[in-house]
Write a new protein. Structure first.
Length: 633
């Protein structure tokens, strides 16, 4: 399939004083494939100019005698109406070419066969197409060039206006502005800068730009300025600069490249915003974010852990990281207003767990002297200044003290539980209001954690205590015997177990009722607890009327002796049991087992052996103690 060529539509004005030539040129135009020509023909220049005034034309083809071209000033008259309109002249001979040249018509390279005039005897469709294309292209380039020239003139005008406006702005703005050249000398200082420094222009220009920069910021400023001047580029930097009253203000300096009228690099134009207040707000926001993060960490620990050690450690470490104090410690009040150290964190401190038995005794003078104030929830400094004064003055300066100390009360159950202590020994410290607020909020969270931990301990104790007999329940028994088994396996020491059962307890309930049965079990549990003396020994209700006694570090003989003591203790109570086949009083049967925990047996073997001993005691007539040997795997 042939590719269809899309022709460009052009409007052509054909000025032709010969009718025959007019027809021939018109036919050639209509025969072109590159262009679709709309042709308007005029036999004289006057008619053509009239048409040109009222219509848009893309190109003009002129086929006049050379004398007429010269006489009528064809080119000038057409361009007077449409200056950019492209023209192509059709000529008969060399004499006409000379005449056209006299009209300043540009000649194009003969090598590419393109001209703004065409010899009539060479006229063809291809030559006509190429001439039209070249004329249109030349016209487009000319229009672009003129547009660029117009733009340049407009830009030049705008630049002059901008320069005037820029000078006005520099002298009227409150922004500090100045210029320095490539040799780092001041070349301009605006009125705002002169007011800031309280100088005249002459005084300011003599000054070096380094003179007013804060000593701590000077190095980074010199580095920024010299790098920018060397690389001919701008920069932006924050630093502190000295005002006329010797107070330093924080500025944001934006420096941009400056060029002279020749386009050469001429130094920097600096504009500075006073951001002192903004920096204070930013620092306050950052401190608040840090405070919120610390409280979030502590709160998360409270919600995620019931271990008071971890919570106190997190609180002390986070507070120390925030305040950068020499030492942060958590203490508990015991006895008659005495303090024990639970945890401390600081530059030279050692972490302590919340082990009351190993906690160190602390000096308590500050606590005793300020107990009432602390009990009200007020933070106390070493010089006994309350936090109300801190908030009035904005900060608490302890410059006269050898070291600074803050005592933050920890309140739990509406009572003073302990203190969060912050110490600054290396140099005096001004405690800021946001620091005080943080410590108060941390102390509140610690009070919640302590209350939560104590409630958990109470629940934990309730969960392992039998509700009826108030001794350990089966859950506690299962946990304890496993933990003791593992411990004694490491130590290679014996572990003994006593299982005992109230003889014919069902008959007791049937005879005296279930409430009497409950009281009987309570008395039996108390009797067993009286015989068990050592802290590591555990008596537990094993199930129903059955009891168990775990005896760490006890051999079989010792376990049997204790079982006999319990049996005799129960007999001595003489609890009536008239329907018992064994005796007129309540009696117990005992099974005893003992072994050294090892890899050949597990804890279930010990329990099984004691249970079989109890079974044999019942088979042999009850009210007696039977030992059963633990079987290996």
């Amino acid at each position: 399939m042939a590719v269809q060529t899309i022709s460009s539509l052009i409007k052509v004005l054909l000025l032709e004083d010969s009718h025959n030539d007019n027809e021939s040129i018109g036919l050639l135009l209509r025969a072109t494939t590159k262009y679709k020509a709309e042709i308007y023909s005029a036999s004289d220049l006057t008619k053509g100019l009239e048409y040109l005034k009222d219509n848009l034309i893309d190109i003009v083809l002129i086929n006049f005698q050379a004398s007429d071209i010269y006489k009528e000033n064809v080119r000038q008259k057409i361009q007077a109406i449409s200056p950019q309109l492209p023209l192509i002249f059709v000529i008969d001979n060399k004499q006409q070419e000379v005449a056209i040249i006299n009209q300043n018509i540009n000649l194009h390279s003969q090598q590419i066969g393109i001209q703004d005039y065409i010899f009539k005897h060479q006229l063809s469709i291809s030559l006509l197409e190429s001439s039209i294309a070249q004329a249109l292209k030349t016209n487009q380039l000319t229009e672009k060039l003129q547009k660029v020239e117009q733009d340049n003139l407009q830009l030049k005008s705008q630049l002059e206006h901008t320069q005037e406006l820029f000078k006005t702005v520099l002298d009227s703005t409150s922004t500090l502005m100045w210029m320095i050249d490539a040799e780092e000398n001041y070349t301009f200082l605006n009125q705002a800068w002169l007011s800031f420094t309280s100088q005249t222009v002459e005084e300011g220009l003599k000054e070096n730009w380094r003179d007013r920069i804060h000593p701590e910021d000077l190095t980074k400023c010199v580095r920024a300025y010299q790098s920018a001047l060397k690389k001919c580029q701008g920069f932006q930097i924050e630093y502190r600069i000295r005002r006329f009253d010797d107070i330093y203000r924080t500025i944001l300096n934006t420096a941009v490249r400056r060029h002279n009228s020749k386009g050469e690099y001429a130094g920097l134009l600096c504009s500075c915003l006073d951001i002192t207040q903004r920096k204070k707000i930013e620092e306050k926001v950052i401190r608040q974010a840090q405070t919120d993060r610390i409280l979030a960490d502590i709160t998360q620990k409270i919600h995620g852990s019931l271990d008071l050690d971890i919570i106190l450690q997190t609180a002390a470490e986070q507070v120390d990281r925030y305040l950068l104090a020499d030492k942060v410690s958590v203490t508990k009040i015991i006895g008659d207003r005495q303090l024990i150290l639970l945890f401390e964190s600081g530059l030279n401190s050692t972490d302590l767990a919340c082990n009351f038995s190993s906690a160190k005794q602390l000096p308590t003078k500050q606590l005793v002297d300020n107990f009432e104030q602390l009990a009200k929830g007020e933070i106390v400094a070493q010089d006994n200044t309350s936090t109300s004064e801190i908030f009035k003055t904005g900060s608490l300066a302890l410059s006269c003290a050898s070291y600074s100390l803050l005592l933050v009360p920890i309140i739990s159950h509406h009572e003073l539980w302990g203190l969060l202590c912050v110490e600054q020994k290396l140099q005096p410290r001004c405690w800021q209001p946001d620091e005080i607020r943080l410590l108060k909020r941390v102390a509140i969270q610690l009070g919640i954690a302590i209350k939560q931990s104590e409630l958990y301990q109470e629940l934990e104790e309730l969960s392992v205590v039998d509700g009826l007999t108030k001794i350990a329940n089966r859950r506690k028994f299962d946990r304890y015997i496993v933990s003791e088994w593992k411990r004694l396996a490491r130590e290679k020491r014996p572990l003994s177990l006593i299982l005992c059962d109230v003889d014919h307890f069902k008959l007791y309930n049937d005879t005296y009722g279930h409430q009497a049965g409950d009281r009987c079990l309570q008395v039996v549990a108390q009797a067993i607890s009286k015989v068990i003396k050592r802290p590591a020994d555990l008596s537990a209700r094993y199930g129903g009327e059955e009891f168990a006694v775990i005896l760490p570090n006890t051999e079989a003989e010792g376990a049997k002796y204790l079982a006999q003591q319990i049996r005799l203790q129960i007999e001595s109570l003489k609890i009536p049991h008239i329907n018992s086949p064994v005796d007129l009083y309540v009696t117990l049967s005992f099974g005893v087992a003992s072994c050294i925990p090892n890899g050949k047996v597990d804890v279930s073997a010990l329990v099984s052996a004691a249970d079989r001993g109890l079974y044999q005691a019942k088979e042999l007539g009850r009210n007696q103690v039977v030992e059963f040997e633990v079987e290996s795997k």
